[in-house]
Design a protein around this ligand. Structure first.
Ligand code: FE
Length: 234
């Protein structure tokens, strides 16, 4: 199979949040489908190993916060590459508690939908959670971020537990063979590509800044590892 075909499927970028008792957790999801309109029912796919999966099974409620096109890589990395088992993802984050008791992310969110779980289908690595919409609202007039935009413009990669993950090496074969003298560096943990032509505006790094001249304290904007974890793009 040509893995490039997988990149032609359209997705959005969402923070899926849930709760367990008084604890909250959330993660990035892109596999979201509206299945029916009356009642409004959605399918969300989540890896069995993820803490949010455990929380949804326990509380039977979840919320989707729909990210705006200008959501930062650090926000995406916070929910996409860090584990809620040893890190409170909602600390220092702008959020409020919705009608279902689950946090709605207010930072870089264009709209939200609150759900109750109505069914769960176990697949090999993921569950399909079916949720009925309880509440929802639009929070901003900005455009939502598509997965293609995250991939092509923000330089993002699929984390290991994403349903469409094909491996960073495979992704890099597809994405990166354009110009071997580009000065781009790849994060060996998450696959983020530092492109000197783009810089890292979220961290105040201007376009035209070479990887070598990044400050020593600069970290991967997606997963937070230091510069030494990057390799020159081949
Ligand atoms: Fe990284």
């Amino acid at each position: 199979m040509n893995p490039k075909a997988l990149h032609k499927i359209s997705y959005g970028m969402y923070i899926l949040s849930s709760k367990k008792g008084s604890e909250f957790n959330g993660q990035i999801v892109n596999a979201v489908i509206q299945a029916t309109s009356k009642p409004a029912t959605f399918i969300v796919c989540v890896n069995h190993e993820n803490l949010t999966h455990e929380f949804i099974e326990e509380s039977k409620v979840f919320t989707l916060s729909i990210l705006s096109v200008d959501a930062s890589m650090s926000l995406i990395g916070n929910f996409g590459y860090k584990c809620g088992r040893n890190f409170d993802k909602f600390e220092e984050l702008d959020f409020r508690i919705g009608q279902n008791g689950v946090p709605i992310v207010l930072d870089s969110t264009v709209a939200f939908l609150e759900f109750k779980l109505i069914n769960q289908v176990m697949l090999s690595t993921h569950s399909m959670f079916l949720g009925e919409v309880l509440n929802g609202d639009v929070l901003s007039a900005k455009d939502p971020m598509t997965y293609a935009y995250y991939h092509e413009v923000k330089g993002g990669k699929a984390p290991k537990n994403a349903p469409h993950y094909i491996g960073i090496e495979e992704e890099n074969k597809i994405e990166i063979k354009k110009d071997s003298a580009s000065g781009r560096y790849v994060c060996t943990v998450c696959g983020y590509v530092y492109d000197p032509e783009v810089g890292d505006p979220d961290s105040g790094i201007k376009p035209g800044t070479s990887f070598e001249s990044l400050p020593d304290e600069w970290v991967c904007p997606v997963c937070g590892v230091p510069k030494m974890q990057f390799e020159k793009e081949k």
